[in-house]
Design a protein around this ligand. Structure first.
Ligand code: B1M
Length: 215
């Protein structure tokens, strides 16, 4: 079991590997997380996601541009692939069926993928529609899979405007379906205004909110 100091050192190095778009190092460090007995959830949140937050700041300050973002996303995903099989949420809460996707006009899927992984880790049946998903597709697939919940992700202030339309269409077809929303530009207040049943600020909270909705 690594000391707190050693743990922080490894998590910081994972952040640096994401920021430095170094896939190989990121993979190796995520393997060392497992060898050292560090909590893999912590490595995802403080290491990989923390690194992507720093990447966002570099993009904002125009030190990084779209090509760098894509390379950083590859490094994050390489690390995530190592940690994913070890992310088990032991939770007595009820598990259900979830349909998830990123709304139309938006291709940012790193956050959505983290949310999906947390639901899978918690034992939910997950149907992932990917990114840039049209309203009609959400409605059709919800009907087909008859999921308890539809989870909508948006990363842009422009794309999130599709959410109230999707929620309206889903509820018109099936008034019982619950809709969970999330993504950086969302908030509890916006979620309520859009008619969503719940809002979650991060992937772990998303699983808790969803379990409450069907509990
Ligand atoms: Co771009 N992008 N991007 N981008 N990108 C943002 C979002 C932006 C804020 C950057 C900025 O300007 N400061 C900005 C949006 C501005 C706005 O709001 N209007 C932006 C822009 C403008 C663009 C382009 C238009 C750039 C261009 O082409 N000129 C373009 C858009 C294309 C499109 O979608 N149509 C674009 C493209 C890209 C890349 C493809 C290069 C890449 C995405 C790669 C990929 O996803 N496969 C990218 C990236 C990486 C970013 C930033 C830097 C990082 C996003 C990210 O992955 N964060 C982002 C700036 C930033 O956020 N600081 C930015 C890490 C991830 C783990 O966090 O996704 O927030 P996040 O997910 C969190 C929570 O939000 C939450 O849980 C997750 C983890 O706990 N969550 C949920 C997410 N979904 C949830 C759903 C839930 C619950 C919780 O329940 C359903």
């Amino acid at each position: 079991m690594a000391s707190e100091e050693k743990t922080r050192e490894i998590l910081k190095a994972i952040q640096d590997a994401v920021v430095g778009y170094d896939e190989e190092t990121c993979e190796r460090l995520c393997s060392s997380v497992l060898e050292e007995g560090i909590d893999p959830h912590r490595a995802v949140v403080e290491g990989l996601t923390g690194g992507m937050e720093r990447v966002g700041e570099l993009y904002n300050s125009q030190e990084y541009f779209v090509p760098e973002l894509l390379l950083c996303a590859d490094a994050l995903n390489a690390g995530l692939n190592v940690l994913k099989p070890h992310l088990k949420i032991e939770d007595a809460a009820r598990k259900g069926k979830l349909l998830i996707g990123v709304v139309e006009g938006d291709i940012h899927d790193i956050g959505k993928n983290l949310v999906r992984i947390m639901f899978e880790a918690a034992g939910w049946d997950v149907y992932d529609l990917g990114n840039n998903v049209k309203i009609e597709r959400f409605v059709e697939e919800q009907k087909k899979a008859n999921t308890d919940i539809v989870a909508l992700s948006a990363l842009m202030t422009t794309s999130m405007l599709a959410m109230p339309k999707i929620i309206g269409a889903l509820k018109a077809q099936n008034p019982g379906v619950k809709v969970l929303v999330g993504g950086a530009p969302l908030s509890q207040e916006i979620a309520q205004r859009y008619g969503a049943d719940a809002y979650a600020p991060d992937a772990v909270a998303a699983v808790k909110r969803a379990a409450d909705l069907i509990g």
